[in-house]
Write a protein that binds this ligand. Structure first.
Ligand code: MOS
Length: 754
């Protein structure tokens, strides 16, 4: 990998200047020395091991299940099926009305003889060892009454319906003006249909849970992005109050959306631990994750663009048909970004679902933009070519003055600046716009670009912060670090706010006993948890100053606290100053504690009055072998405008991770659903292809200087998913530029180029 050039960010307002520095990960040494304990590594006395047996059909009923031999197998403690599993509430609404139902509803396991999707759990074996449990599971005999199911999205488009429940909180459709009329009248138009396949997230750490009961209190060690969702979901499914469930998840080996909610490993571990009165540990195998931990659904997208001969869009239509589960609707917000990206007076976006006999889809990194921009930003490339216009110039001509559908200003928007800076750095002017003209020997060389947009969210969060008599600060919140660098940036925020070195700050995350946050997801983690912590630090400073003014032992007694500053380990008021630790020791030997909160963004004035997004521009260069069609990535560049960058090192890692996902979506990732039997055929990492180091080219990431004062107190915006948005389209457009072959059926494998 290459060096990242990151522009200097706006200096911090305090003297410590910790924010904006490329600090190494606080948790890095723990992770590389084995000091970070992951869910399945937790050891409790008497732990038993579970293994889940999945259904061998995709739709039907269990007619007969013979567990006798498994029960007699060595070291087996329990064989649980629908016949003896503890009663659970029906699949249905949540017990916690404050969290959206999708995150918290009861999702019972082993509670029915019905089979709703292939590899759905039909039995759990618990034994003294994992190996004994797995061996015994192989002895269970199941006879199914199989029923014909639907597995074919393209074949059942006639069954499509508008989402009944939710489109991730967005309107299902948006209609402005008269698209059909504008499109019919447009002198230049594109009408293109793109297909994207089922995709699966594969965090390095699979879904895993250790569940232990103590009386009627349940403790769950698991790998979770959002503890509050797990807590509520487990409580709903077990029919107990959430207060009796504790979720612990301090270290997480990756989370891309599938760890937003609890899955069968968690539910079954809790049930088995209850039955056996012993701790029970269950992990989904890599293969089981493909059926039991969500997926990105297969989609068909039609993009229609009408333009005048100058390249001004007169109409935009983005129609999406997506597979969904017949028993639990999930709609990815695939066309929602198109509502904010380009100006056009006539516009339509629509989402439709086709129910199949598969497990529910779930959030997968950049839900919406990842598949949506892959299609839409290729369509923009197609339009640019038809117009004979440079793709960047086309986008500049359609840059909106304000959010084109909401009619409110953007809080910040540097899309044009990102494209221009990217073009300059990438050498865009050297690109030959005529496809197939750039050759190096037997290689066809091509360059492509695409825009990036990703909404900036903020979720409700609270943080607690304490300072002790030695000046050591502890911050606690139920936030998670899914590998993104949360421990590090929260440490920076607290250090910056309190004017202390980062070595004085300890951030503790991943325990539902700590104040509740929105967790990690939707790229809202830094803003939500960071704002809560920022406010908690301010509250702590107020407490300290209050006492410092009034306490007899205080060197700052009687000082005017409105002039106070915290920097370099000292509190200064006017000409007087004292070391923070010394001050606390003198005025409050027990230390101070304070809490701070932030409200969900959607409810706030700044979100109502401004359209908040991160933006960027992706550039890619590819080489395609003209004999074999082999595609190699050569270099990529992303120029991002994403608010203030808290830590350029962790931020860069987020963006290059996202760009790598873009390569995967464009070239490799695809889970093949057997349309006869309803199972995912390539359900392991040998056959589900993701880019590895050798597939990833030189990547450069540039952050433009930005500070979004509408977003949060420190001016940052979400970046976790921004890197994916449009990255795949830049690759696809580069392949077109290299070859003149436009593949609209992703991934672009070499056979489709020949
Ligand atoms: Mo992300 S798909 O919101 O974890």
């Amino acid at each position: 990998m290459t060096e990242t050039k990151t522009r200097e960010n706006r200096p911090s307002k305090t003297r410590s200047g910790v924010i904006g520095r490329p600090i190494d990960r606080i948790d890095g040494p723990l992770k590389v020395t084995g000091g970070a304990t992951y869910a399945y590594e937790n050891a409790l006395d008497g732990t038993a091991y579970g293994y889940i047996l999945g259904a061998a059909v995709a739709k039907g009923r269990i007619a007969e299940i013979d567990t006798a031999e498994a029960e007699r197998a060595p070291a087996v403690l329990l064989v649980m099926t629908h016949r003896n599993a503890p009663a659970q509430p029906d699949f249905g609404p949540a017990v916690t009305p404050t969290v959206p139902e999708v995150f918290t509803r009861a999702r019972p396991a082993l509670n029915s003889e019905r089979v709703r999707y292939y590899d759905e759990p039909v039995a759990l074996v618990v034994a003294e060892t994992f190996e004994a449990a797995r061996a015994a599971a192989g002895l269970i005999k199941v006879r199914y009454d199989e029923e014909p199911g639907l597995y074919d999205l393209p074949g059942h488009m006639a069954d499509a319906y508008a989402p009944k429940r939710t489109n991730a909180g967005f309107e299902t459709d948006s209609v402005i003006g008269d698209f059909e009329g504008a499109f019919a009248a447009a002198p230049v138009k594109i009408d293109a249909t793109y297909r994207t396949p089922f995709e699966h997230h594969n965090p390095m750490e699979p879904h895993a849970t250790l569940a232990a009961w103590s009386g009627n209190e349940l403790t769950i060690h698991t790998s979770a992005q959002t503890l509050a969702n797990f807590r509520a979901g487990v409580a709903s499914t077990l029919g107990i109050p959430p207060e009796r469930v504790r979720i612990v998840s301090p270290f997480i080996g990756g989370g891309f959306g599938s760890k937003l909610i609890a899955h069968a490993d968690t539910i079954l571990a809790a049930l088995a631990a209850q039955v056996l009165q012993r701790p029970v540990k269950i992990a989904l195998t890599r293969q089981q994750m493909f059926a039991n931990a969500g997926h990105r659904a297969e989609m068909i997208q039609q993009v229609r663009l009408g333009a005048d001969t100058d390249g001004r869009l007169t109409g935009i239509a983005h129609d999406v048909w997506s597979a969904t589960s017949s028993f639990e609707e999930y709609c990815e917000q695939t066309a929602v970004f198109a509502r904010s990206l380009y100006a056009a007076p006539n516009r339509v976006t629509r989402h439709r679902l086709v129910p199949l006999d598969i497990n529910r889809g779930e959030w997968m990194r950049s839900p919406g933009e990842a598949p949506g921009m892959l299609a839409f930003e290729c369509a923009m490339d197609e339009l640019a070519e038809r117009l004979g216009l440079d793709p960047i110039e086309l986008r500049i001509r359609n840059e909106p003055a304000q959010d084109p559908e909401r009619g409110v200003p953007f809080s910040t928007r540097n899309l044009v600046a990102c494209m221009k800076e990217g073009a300059r750095r990438f050498g865009w002017e050297r690109r030959n716009p005529t496809p197939g003209r750039a050759r190096e020997g037997r290689k066809l060389i091509g360059c492509g670009m695409a825009a990036a947009i990703r909404p900036n969210y903020i979720g409700a969060a609270t943080a607690r912060v304490a300072i002790d008599r030695d000046g050591r600060v502890t911050a606690r919140l139920d936030m998670t670090d899914i590998g993104t660098g949360t421990y590090t940036i929260l440490t920076q925020i607290a250090a910056d706010s309190l004017g202390l070195p980062i070595s004085s700050i300890k951030v503790e995350l991943g325990d539902s006993r700590f104040p509740r946050t929105a967790g990690s997801g939707g790229s809202w983690g830094a803003a939500s948890a960071g704002s809560a912590l920022y406010n908690a630090c301010n509250a702590l400073k107020e407490r300290i100053l209050e006492a410092a003014q009034s306490s007899e032992a205080s060197p700052l007694r009687g000082a005017n606290a409105t002039e106070a500053s915290f920097a370099d380990g000292e509190v200064s008021v006017g000409q007087r100053s004292a070391s923070l630790a010394d001050l606390v020791r003198r005025i409050a030997p027990g230390g101070f504690e304070a809490e701070g909160s932030v409200a969900a963004g959607a409810a706030t004035q700044s979100y109502k009055a401004y359209s908040q997004h991160s933006n960027g521009a992706h550039f890619a260069e590819v080489a395609v072998d003209c004999d074999t069609g082999e595609i190699r990535m050569r270099r990529m560049l992303a120029v991002m405008g994403a608010g203030r960058i808290l830590n350029p090192k962790t931020a860069r890692s987020q963006i290059i991770g996202g760009m790598t996902w873009g390569i995967g979506a464009a070239l490799m990732e695809q889970t093949v659903l057997d349309r006869r039997y309803g199972h995912f055929v390539n359900h392991d990492l040998a056959e589900y292809h993701v880019p590895i180091n050798g597939d990833v080219p030189e990547m450069e990431v540039v952050f433009l200087e930005e500070h979004d004062d509408k977003a949060n107190p420190f001016g940052a915006k979400g970046i976790g998913e921004l890197g994916v948005c449009g990255a795949g389209a830049a690759v696809a457009n580069a392949i077109y530029n290299a070859t003149g072959v436009r593949v609209r059926d992703f991934p672009i494998t070499l056979d489709k180029l020949l």
